[in-house]
Design a protein around this ligand. Structure first.
Ligand code: PGA
Length: 257
């Protein structure tokens, strides 16, 4: 499992206008000055900024992703964006099934699976998010919920090469709260086990499982070295380059560094 190359992906959510692109320029410069060769980096800005972000990041290894896509490639779906459009704008990945989509837009597992399939169709990596709510956690349902979400949202076609899983406990997102390191290890191990039953052990053991939910420079050195954690999906702390780079840098500096 240690051979999996980690990924740190920033999810800007509904934040970012033209002037915010300066943060990407700063990230580019920071990584040129002090590279972090040990991890892959991705930023998922709002779709409105993708094309401009591509220009700023040209010639770097910083990848770009979308935050959501429609299952269909095109058509009469006002306000929606297809995976093909994201690819055309320069994205190489797309987040699907984020809890904010599941909750705010009533997205269920079947829709998330259809969106993951749309990502594959457009040659994008699907970053499939799962996670329990506070109430589900309190009721001891965490593992049942995650199992159901994996079985319902991860297509049979998923492979380590086209899919990244992201475990994001809903109660940890934007709250400053994080699970204990033991809980993270237990849950990530469980996710890999369920994926193994679905996709086979070899694919499961090669698939990146990101942790997301209040990852900051101050807790990254602990969280990101938990067994079966292969990177982070970062919300709030991805908006400022100093914070985002601080998270990424733990892969160069090592656990506790
Ligand atoms: P947060 O968000 O880092 O602001 O908690 C994580 C996410 O929702 O991806």
């Amino acid at each position: 499992m240690t051979s999996i190359r980690p990924l740190v992906a920033g999810n800007w959510k509904m934040n970012g206008i033209d002037s915010s692109l300066a943060e990407l320029g700063a990230l580019r410069e920071q990584l040129a000055e002090a590279p972090v060769a040990e991890a892959d980096v991705m930023v998922c800005p709002p779709a409105t900024l993708l094309s401009r972000a591509v220009e700023i990041l040209a010639g770097t290894d910083i990848a770009l992703g979308g935050q959501d896509c429609h299952p269909l490639p095109s058509g009469a779906h006002t306000g929606d964006i297809s995976a093909e459009m994201l690819a055309d704008a320069g994205a190489t990945a797309v987040i699907v099934g984020h809890s904010e989509r599941r909750i705010d837009h009533g997205e269920n597992d079947a829709l998330v699976k259809a969106k993951a399939l749309a990502a594959y169709r457009a040659d994008l990596t699907a970053i499939i998010c799962i996670g329990e709510t506070e109430a589900e956690r309190r009721d001891g349902e965490t593992l049942d919920v995650l199992k159901r979400q994996i079985q319902g949202s991860v297509p049979e076609e998923a492979r380590a090469a086209n899919t990244v899983m992201a475990y994001e406990p809903v109660w940890a997102i934007g709250s400053g709260l994080t699970p204990t390191l033991d809980d993270v290890a237990k849950v990530h191990g469980f996710i890999r086990e369920v994926l193994g039953r679905l996709l086979g052990q070899a694919e499961s053991e090669a698939t990146r499982i990101l942790y997301g939910g209040s990852v900051k420079p101050t807790n990254a050195a602990e969280l990101l070295f938990v067994p079966d954690v292969n990177g982070a999906l970062v919300g709030g702390a991805s908006l400022k380059t100093t914070d985002f780079y601080g998270i990424l840098a733990v892969y160069r500096d090592g656990a506790g560094g």
